[in-house]
Design a protein around this ligand. Sequence first.
Ligand SMILES: CC(C)(COP(=O)(O)OP(=O)(O)OC[C@H]1O[C@@H](n2cnc3c(N)ncnc32)[C@H](O)[C@@H]1OP(=O)(O)O)[C@@H](O)C(=O)NCCC(=O)NCCS
Length: 183
Amino acid sequence: MQEGSFTTSKRSNQHTVRIEPWGESDQILLKKLLGDPAMTEHLGGPESDEQLAERHARYLRLADTGRDRMFKIIYEATGEAIGSVGYWERTWQGEQVYEIGWSVLPAFQGQGIASAATAQALGQARLDGLHRFVHAFPSVDNPPSNAICRKLGFTLVEECEFEYPKGHFMRCNDWRLDLFARN
Ligand SMILES: CC(C)(COP(=O)(O)OP(=O)(O)OC[C@H]1O[C@@H](n2cnc3c(N)ncnc32)[C@H](O)[C@@H]1OP(=O)(O)O)[C@@H](O)C(=O)NCCC(=O)NCCS
């Protein structure tokens, strides 16, 4: 009974978020996500205000390309923006693929929110239909992100040296999901 209730409450938590395209008012969210030392421990450290402003402008322009996409994660109960998830094209080992990344504010972590929002983003990538493979490159020292990949059906390809952000190399896992595979 106890175990059953836990599962149910976890599952219902997974429906408490939705994703929406990045918007004009989301620069404050970006600062909380990528301007914070704890949040960027596995992402090369916090970005400066100037870098954040450039990134925000870039995210806003993505809507025009119709290819790369960045979303904010909205907590349905309050309408607050509490995280981000997005995917973008990159060349990886000679192939055009998507890379995907996610981030959830500390107060909302541990409730299945990143997993639920990432599942929604993958659904959109499938609809876009532009690339067969989506890769994620979490640091080997980032257990929650590696758990998300495993949970969402990614296959671990290999450990690799990965540059993110530019000039900062870290040991990452290369996880890959086939968007065209039948479930
Ligand atoms: C990574 C991050 C997005 C996770 O967000 P979240 O909403 O807490 O993630 P979820 O709750 O959906 O899932 C986390 C999973 O990791 C698991 N997990 C958490 N800590 C873990 C640990 N130390 N070891 C193994 N698994 C762990 C959880 O149990 C959960 O799996 P479950 O649902 O099967 O129980 C969040 O910690 C974050 O924003 N970190 C900073 C930014 C970042 O590192 N982004 C990733 C870049 S690749």
